[in-house]
Design a protein around this ligand. Structure first.
Ligand code: HXC
Length: 258
């Protein structure tokens, strides 16, 4: 499928989706969000894809929702249209892992989009922020919710109230990103992580994603029960037999997603 605002490459079981509105620092408009949701659903439905990487350019992952597009909208228009809600719901339905590879600006909706991914690897030039307060609004896609769960109340308040940017070093220290690498190595690092994931049993991979995400939705007791029952359930798979036999036989496991 041909897209206007994103580029999709599928190679070696990894789908790389690159946001591509360079003139607007990949600002999120209706077309981009619709194409992105569409491409992610296509990756979910493509049996060849085992992991997804979402990235932008060296200068910007995404500088937020498109301000020119939103500027003249009325309350009724944004409320009735529920700006980007359908698209983000679709993104949240993807069960395969999504790695955000962030270089440059990840601001507002861009930072929120990165946080919707399963983990973030960033380059040393990355800058994260929720500057919506400077526009007379507030975050609308998780900047007060996901960011708070990821970095805690104090930093989330600071970021959302002052609109200041967090650099890569602070983002790693705060738990917002899992790894920081030099700019030139960003995509190699992301693809390396994606390849490692692609080698696992897809069943276990999807269970990990569900279980970790459940930690944000439920109590510790319920979350632990869910995890334990999923652990038990995996003994019904051939991949559990293969994985444990391979360990005992001192060979590489050959998972078949069964
Ligand atoms: C539309 C944008 C944009 C945006 C940048 N551009 N961000 N257009 N929406 N969010 C455009 C600029 O207008 C400019 O276009 C071009 O990209 C390059 O940007 P510059 O500002 O010239 O670059 P620079 O000086 O390097 O500054 C980079 C920047 C700055 C710090 C990232 O662009 C900036 O502050 N952008 C806005 C960030 C922001 O406030 N994001 C939150 C948006 S609200 P021209 O045509 O002039 O070259 C949001 C809400 C989400 O995200 C919730 C939705 C439900």
């Amino acid at each position: 499928m041909a897209y206007e605002t994103i580029i999709v490459d599928v190679e070696d079981h990894v789908a790389q989706i690159t946001l591509n509105r360079p003139d607007a620092l990949n600002a999120l408009n209706d077309e981009l969000m619709s194409e992105l949701a569409n491409a992610l659903t296509a990756a979910q439905n493509n049996d060849k894809v085992r992991c997804i990487i979402l990235t932008g350019s060296e200068k910007a992952f995404a500088a937020g929702a498109d301000i020119s597009m939103m500027k003249d909208k009325s309350f009724v228009e944004v409320f009735s249209g529920d700006l980007f809600t359908a698209e983000t719901e679709e993104i949240m339905r993807v069960r395969k892992p999504i790695i955000a590879a962030v270089s440059g600006y990840a601001l507002g909706g861009g930072c929120e989009l990165a946080m919707m991914c399963d983990f973030i690897i960033c380059s040393e030039t990355a800058k994260f922020g929720q500057p919506e307060i400077n526009l007379g609004v507030v975050a609308g896609l998780g900047g007060t919710q996901r960011l708070t769960r990821l970095v805690g109340k104090s930093k989330a308040m600071d970021m959302n109230l002052t609109g200041r940017f967090m650099d890569a070093e602070e983002a790693e220290r705060s738990g917002l990103v899992s790894r920081v690498v030099p700019c030139k190595k960003l995509m190699d690092e992301a693809h390396g992580a994606a390849q490692r994931i692609a080698e696992k049993s897809m069943v276990s991979v999807m269970v990990v994603k569900e279980a970790v995400n459940r930690a944000y939705e439920t109590t510790l007791r319920e979350g632990l029960l869910f995890e334990r029952r999923m652990f038990h359930s995996l003994f019904a798979t051939e991949d559990q037999k293969e994985g444990m036999s391979a360990f005992v036989e001192k060979r590489e496991a050959q998972f078949r997603d069964r």
